[in-house]
Write a protein of this length. Sequence first.
Length: 155
Amino acid sequence: MTQPRRLRRLALPVLVVQMLVLALGAMAPAGAGAIHDDRLPDLRMLTPREFHTQTYAGQRRLRFSTIMVNVGQGPFEVRGRRSSTSSSLMSIRQRIYTDSGIRDRLTDAVMKYTGDGHDHWHVQRIARYELLRPGNKPLPSAKIGFCFFDTTAYD
């Protein structure tokens, strides 16, 4: 079976892969705790691509690639802190730039160390993915940790 046809067959039961960028839960839009001169990020998800399935431990998994972009007035900058080096979780503060300087804001979000070959910290629950099928409940993704890098220009 050709690649496009196989992808089309895989995509038929999947009407939508819905991306909801949660902006770290506590990273609210202007008006929800924001100060009038805050230059806030506005995170968006580009259209997913490179769909394929993978069988792992007897389960079929849908895989794809996507890029998170910031279309807001300010940078998306977070800093982690943990109580000791034995902790696998870090609390997160968001750095917010304003017209008059900067401020750091504690969030409800956490980072978790991922030693699965990435060997760096992943922000937990920054995005959520669901598969929607006609007449059925959404199938949520089990993936909750994401890494991100400021490497791609976007206009």
